[in-house]
Design a protein around this ligand. Sequence first.
Ligand code: PLP
Length: 408
Amino acid sequence: MRLPTPATPAVSHRAANVRSSAIRDLLANARVPGMLSLAGGLPEPSTFPVELLAEAARRQVLEHRDVLQYAPTEGDPRLREHIAAYESVRQSRLVDPDHVLVTTGSQQALAMAAGVVADAGDTIAVPHPCYLGALQTFGAAGLVIHPVGTRDGQLDLDHLEAELVGGLSIPAMYVVANHGNPDGTRLNDATNRRLAVLAERFGFWLLEDDPYRELWFDDAPVAALGSHTANVLSLGSFSKTIAPGLRVGWIVAEGDARGALVRLKQAADLHTPALSQALIADLLDNRGWFVSHTDSLRALYASRRDAMADALHTTFGSRFHFTPPTGGMFAWGELEDVDTSALLAGALAQGVCFVPGAEFEAGGPSLGSWLRLSYATLSADQLHEGVRRVAAAVELLDADRESLVATS
Ligand SMILES: Cc1ncc(COP(=O)(O)O)c(C=O)c1O
């Protein structure tokens, strides 16, 4: 007897159309022996507070079995107190711990926020270039992406205002407050105030993502958007300051938005792992530790920024256009006459990887000759060697192009 051919069920259109993260794909390459990765924004592992975490883990597991039990969706009350105190300083206003919801990294906060502020088919404004994980999440939520460019290092709000006056309708705008990924943009006080005015005038939410806030090198950051408007959902993370593998982030929200976020969180994963939350709360009980820890992170990443800037300058001279970032983990620049997506294959062959600018395109002008280089994970010597390998790949690409021209 012939069996009928089994009918294969399909994945949904929405899932099939979610773009893959080039960075996650590249991280697989980063594990190849000898590969120098300038791709991911991976914190320097030697900064992970392993001894403190090991002590806290032993204490928590042996003395507080609750950390192995199901836990409240909103998060560990002790950790929420710490986050509320931090957010009160960040937003220059008193933030109630009840308004803090702990999430599984700020990436989850972003996905939940997208679900709360917009419906599939709605348009969300984002910076161009934009953090890839945000583009992925908003795409997965079925949102249409609307680019907002930059002018003089700030979001071009004149242009956005003209579009809003002209009828652009957005339920939300996504911004990275400090040292934006990939381009290092840092929103100043005037931009924040104007964003707040526009959000209130046109009735939209501001999704303010601020994972790099503590990684500033020159001036401390300005007061966050929450000090200017209530139309804001504030996202934060311990990934860049403590350890990303713990997967602990948060979102601050009030009223209906808070209730909706809690319900979405319940539907997604019930709660963030209680052990991770307890470990971080234990570390933060020692406020002095967090202050000196973030001081040393700033010193380390500033020295790596310098090493990267030096390597780029000595290797490429004026061919690489970039402004050294004032914080964060990334150098973002343009390599004259180079298609950086094409360059990547050659770079991988040379033993180095980076993220091509096209990956961050949000619908604005082409970023095909731009690239993002992370200086967070490698030593100064490795950064010099990594940039040398990128330059070797550029030379080969130039030579290929010249030989094509010669034979055509
Ligand atoms: C701008 C931005 N937002 C959010 C995230 C997600 O961070 P996490 O989920 O680890 O908190 C990242 C990670 O690199 C990021 O660069």
